[in-house]
Design a protein around this ligand. Structure first.
Ligand code: ADP
Ligand code: MG
Length: 700
């Protein structure tokens, strides 16, 4: 349902309008008036005749018609009664600014439910309660107590924190940043981030969506919606708080490596959301997205009047994986002809400390034409000769005339550049207080463009033996067993095409030697007990046993030592297993997030995973590209490719293992956590082997 009447009402009633300065009911009314709202304003207050020259109504009914929008500012316990009146006169859009609902505990929660029920029954949409209201600059609508009306612009902002929105308004008004709409969503009893992102997505005035969220109401819907909208409009989010998934006690490596932010990070990268770590960063980003065309590539040219900042920018460009543009010969020739001999005509182009605006203009005009350049960053420090104001005008003009390449400015200084900065901001040139901040913003834009151009997601389905897995899982759930034992874990993996080492359980030393003989030496022996999760920790793993004597000795030693260390463990025997040598050890895993579903993990494997923490996460189901990207996102990736002349391993085979696991956990929501550690991978063409696996299941 459209939220049109919230943003473009012909009439607004303010229930609880007050004539006492300092009261919220006064602030909202005077903000409405001061903004120059063109529609009708109806203050509702039964104790007075007029407020601020406007006729007051004792109640909603006496207005004689249903206002398009009703703002409620009366004490919480009266709100349900006002909602009843809204229902009666067929109001459809209500903002409840009043606090004292869900956020104060059970009483408030009940009151909030009551309000929601009335709204649902009457088909009323509600913003709030406990919010700051909303602002639509173009309609001169300031239905809030947040502050003065900001400039018109293309940023649609939604905030779960009213206080933060007040700060944002202050910043925006100071720097002249414009908005299409600003909404404080408060307790989001009805309208939530999903409604607003959807509405901003459809809104022609909004080109950039930005917001601050503390919680996400419906993880999966959020992800799908954001993924769809991001394809058209960037979504820049600041997010605090966590899903709480990481707080659960974990029995797997993956579980213990999942952080409270992991799920959000995975969701954001899947949905193309640009994450912002602070308000400042959000505005750094928003300014650029709002005013500049998207870059066609990642090649940056820097123009500067000082060497130092140029080098700082160059370092940042390199560090953030962007490309320092190599200028064409033609550009270099032109620059050589036009700039003084001492100038540097290679990127970063140094127009020298005595450069006036004209030199900047020559450089910008030339570089902007260069086919090897996608993005231009103009740096300036206020030196003796510098004319920062004229230079700002040159940059602004270049920005307007050559609309297809984004231009960024970082004028450094304070008082000496303040006028220039005003000019830049006023003409829509994103200006940054340091070259690094400019580069970080460029990086955010380039990443967004890359995301938009990603290949269509195709999740491959492998032929598997689902029945087999179903049987094992059902058996565990029937018996109320959470941890699937090693043997059955491996059967599950085999059913999904993941190869595991051969091996059998031995209960005597002689039996162990005979199994080893059949497998062929060398072999590995592992203690076999449902009570021992980490076998190496108790001396329960012996690798590289070369003959029957070593096998028998290892058996006796384990059977002697381990019961002493773990007197309560039920020891069933020793697993004699084929040895997988010559490979590298990685870990594949999954931890199920309660809101967003299965989070897949890849990383450096072996017994040091928790120490090195070189892992990456992504949401299942995985495509081949996403699986590969998970590998690339770790430091281990370099090692896997082969270092110092060493042969690399079969990268695609690991990615396939991840995809198969992803299919398994997608098809079986009962699997809560799992990991394969190590997954031993060898050179190309060699099948990776899941040497050790852990799976835990729960009823769903
Ligand atoms: P746990 O993780 O319970 O300590 P693992 O089965 O993972 O036990 O074994 C610990 C380590 O021993 C592995 O990380 C691996 O380095 C090595 N290892 C275990 N089994 C094998 C095998 N079959 N082939 C080669 N190395 C193995
Ligand atoms: Mg292990």
């Amino acid at each position: 349902m459209s939220l049109e009447k919230f943003f473009d009402p012909a009439s607004v009633a303010i229930v609880g309008a007050s004539q006492n300065a300092g009261k919220v009911g006064y602030e909202v009314l005077t903000n409405m008036i001061a903004a120059g709202f063109k529609g009708k304003i109806y203050p509702v207050n039964n104790k007075t005749e007029t407020i601020e020259g406007l006729k007051c109504y004792p109640d909603l009914e006496s207005i004689g018609q249903a206002p398009d929008l009703v703002i409620i500012i009366v004490p919480a316990k009266i709100v349900p009664a006002i909602m009843q009146q809204c229902a009666k006169i067929k109001v459809k859009s209500v903002i409840i600014i009043t606090a004292g609902f869900k956020e104060v505990g059970q009483e408030g929660q009940k009151l909030e439910q009551e309000v929601v029920q009335i709204a649902r029954r009457a088909g009323i949409r509600v913003i709030g309660p406990n919010c700051l209201g909303l602002i639509a600059p173009k309609k001169r609508l300031n239905a809030s107590f947040g502050g003065g009306l900001p400039k018109e612009g293309v940023i649609g902002y939604l905030s779960q924190s009213g206080a933060l929105l007040a700060a944002i308004l202050d910043i925006a008004n100071t720097y002249g940043i414009g908005f299409s709409k600003l909404v404080s969503i408060g307790n989001k009893a009805d309208i939530d981030e999903l409604d607003l992102i959807e509405s901003f997505g459809q809104d022609d005035e909004t080109r950039v969506i930005a917001g601050y969220l503390e919680s996400i109401t419906n993880g999966n819907d959020f992800m799908r919606l954001a993924e769809r909208i991001s394809q058209d409009k960037p979504i820049l989010l600041m997010k605090s708080g966590s899903t709480g998934a990481g707080a659960k006690a974990a029995s797997s490596h993956t579980g213990s490596l999942v952080g409270s932010e992991t799920a959000y990070e995975a969701v954001f990268s899947r949905a193309g959301i640009v994450r912002c770590s602070s308000i400042k960063r959000q505005f750094d980003f928003a300014q650029a997205f709002a005013s500049q065309p998207l870059p066609a590539g990642d090649r940056v040219a820097v123009i500067t009047n000082a060497g130092g900042p140029g080098i700082v920018a160059a370092d940042a460009i390199e560090q953030h994986g962007l490309v320092f543009a190599a200028l064409t010969d033609e550009t270099i020739k032109k620059l050589t002809r036009m700039l003084p001999p001492a100038a540097n005509v290679n990127n970063p182009i140094d127009v020298l400390g005595d450069a006036l605006a004209d030199r900047y203009k020559l450089a910008i005009d030339t570089v902007i034409e260069d086919p090897n350049v996608d993005i231009i960053l103009v740096l300036l420090t206020p030196q003796a000769m510098t004319d920062s104001v004229a230079t700002a005008e040159v940059v602004a003009k270049a920005c307007q005339e050559r609309g297809n390449k984004p231009v960024f400015a970082s004028f450094l200084g304070a008082a000496k550049i303040s006028r220039a900065v005003e000019i830049l901001r006023g003409s829509g040139v994103p200006q940054y207080d340091s070259p690094e901040n400019a580069v970080l913003t460029i990086k955010a834009m380039v990443d967004y463009v890359r995301w938009r151009q990603r290949p269509k997601r195709v999740v491959k389905l492998f032929p598997v033996n689902r029945r087999k897995v179903e049987t094992i899982i059902e058996k565990h759930l029937r018996q109320d067993i959470r941890e699937v034992g090693e043997m059955e874990s491996k059967e599950i993996l085999e059913a999904y095409g993941i190869v595991t080492p051969k091996g059998t359980i031995a209960t005597t030393a002689e039996q162990a030697a005979s199994i080893a003989g059949q497998l062929g030496y060398p072999v590995v022996m592992k203690i076999w007990s449902p009570d021992i999760l980490h076998k190496s920790d108790v001396g329960g793993v012996k690798v590289g046993l070369r003959n029957s004597q070593e096998v028998m000795d290892a058996f006796d030693l384990m059977m002697y030592r381990i019961p002493k260390k773990m007197p309560d463990a039920d020891i069933l025997g020793v697993l004699v297993q084929e040895m997988c040598s010559g490979g590298k050890e990685v870990i594949l895993g999954m931890n199920r997030d309660p809101h967003f579903g299965p989070l897949m993990m890849f990383g450096m494997g072996g017994t040091m995973v928790e120490v090195l923490k070189d892992v990456s996460f992504y949401l299942a189901p995985l495509t081949a590209e996403e699986a590969k990207q998970m590998l690339i996102n770790t430091r281990t990736y370099k090692m896997l490719q082969g270092v110092r002349g060493e042969q690399g391993v079969d990268i695609d085979a690991i990615a396939e293992g991840l995809q198969r696991l992803s299919q398994l956990v997608t098809e079986f929501p009962q699997i809560q956590e799992m990991d394969i550690n190590p997954y031993v991978v060898g050179a190309e063409g060699k099948t990776p082997i899941a040497v050790d696996a852990r799976i835990s299941v729960e009823k769903v």
